[in-house]
Design a protein around this ligand. Structure first.
Ligand code: FPP
Ligand code: MG
Length: 326
């Protein structure tokens, strides 16, 4: 069963609201390349994980979920989609979800502008909720986008930096991935008028889910084939991304020198060799274990909300993020 089905969420409703973000912008002509590229992009699929998190969050407040929750959910997906446009340019990725990445179709310059428009459009949408009572909605645009850019910058600044610490890696992952997920749960809850305390627990729960998500994503670079990934295995390594499996493998002095030798001009053969060395070490199992422990923490946090009917949705999310139902 798909995640949205298990959570009883209608994806069509979310998709309609995402499309509205561009089709209802009176400043953007319907048939412009900008509008058409965005529509094509959002129609190309995606799990809508962040909107789903936001809607689950909204089930922890007394108010019935209304249009506002759907609009916030759409805004979260827009931020995410914009960040992936830029991410693919930065990573030089030709494919996204098995199809040509946007910059491959429009050229890099247009794609940069499209990504910028999408993240700014979110700020425009959210500004209509301005007011002391609704300050939390700005967390989506302000905190989440600033943290996303910061996380991406930290990643760039530490490319091929084999002296990176686990704390640096975790901070970068928190900024790049976990805080947007955490913010979705919190904003959803507050939009449904939950207490700050409940929203805070959901935030920490989402943060833990997001951290384990990023760690699992980093593992895929070692464990999945190019067809499944839509990019060559080892591409993180090639781009100098010092992820958790690499950090654990660096503790093994018999393979550390080969890892440290990876640089921007390493050959594909060298990358494959180092991939094999890392996969043959205990680093992948340690990484799995690290991710599992974060999910145990998420489970402990969720238990604090076991009195709510939507507690079962948190368990569904936990099961999904632990990879059993992916
Ligand atoms: C995926 O990383 C990328 C992110 C989670 C965030 C990227 C953020 C930016 C580029 C900052 C710009 C932000 C805005 C809002 C315009 P990945 O390369 O590890 O994952 P992948 O395998 O899906 O490419
Ligand atoms: Mg990428």
């Amino acid at each position: 069963m798909k995640l949205h089905e298990a959570l009883h969420i209608d994806l069509n409703e979310i998709n309609r609201e995402i499309e509205n973000l561009v089709t209802r912008d009176k400043d953007v002509p319907k048939h412009s390349q900008l509008a058409q590229s965005i529509l094509e992009l959002v129609r190309s699929g995606g799990k809508r994980l962040r909107p789903l998190l936001l809607i689950v969050g909204s089930r922890f407040g007394p108010s019935a979920p209304g249009r506002r929750v759907l609009q916030l959910a759409a805004a979260a997906e827009f931020i995410h989609a914009a960040s992936l446009i830029h991410d693919d340019i930065i990573d030089g990725a030709e494919l996204r979800r098995g199809e040509a990445a946007l910059h491959m179709k429009t050229g890099v310059l247009s794609a940069v502008h499209i990504g910028n428009y999408m993240s700014s459009r979110v700020i425009e949408l959210l500004s209509k909720y301005t007011g002391d009572k609704n300050r939390y909605v700005h967390d989506l645009s302000a905190v989440a986008t600033a943290q996303l850019c910061l996380g991406e910058y930290q990643q760039l600044a530490h490319a091929y930096d084999y002296s990176l610490t686990i704390e640096d890696y975790l901070e970068k992952s928190r900024n790049k991935t976990a805080l947007l997920m955490a913010t979705c749960l919190r904003v959803g809850a507050l939009a449904a008028e939950s207490s700050e305390e409940v929203a805070g627990i959901l935030y920490r729960f989402g943060e833990a889910l997001g951290m384990s998500f990023q760690i699992q994503d980093d593992l895929l670079d070692f464990t999945q084939s190019a067809d499944v990934l839509g990019k060559p295995a080892g591409s993180d390594l090639q781009h100098g991304q010092v992820t958790l499996p690499v950090l654990f493998a660096l503790e093994d002095e018999s393979i550390a020198p080969a890892i440290r030798a990876i640089g921007p001009s390493s050959s594909p053969e060298e990358i494959t060799h180092v991939l094999e060395l890392i996969s043959g070490s205990g680093a992948l199992a340690r990484t799995e274990q690290f991710s599992r422990e974060i999910l145990f923490e998420a489970e402990r946090l969720a238990k604090q909300l076991s009195g709510y009917p939507a507690y079962s949705d948190l368990l569904t999310l936990l099961e999904y993020f632990s990879g059993r139902d992916r």
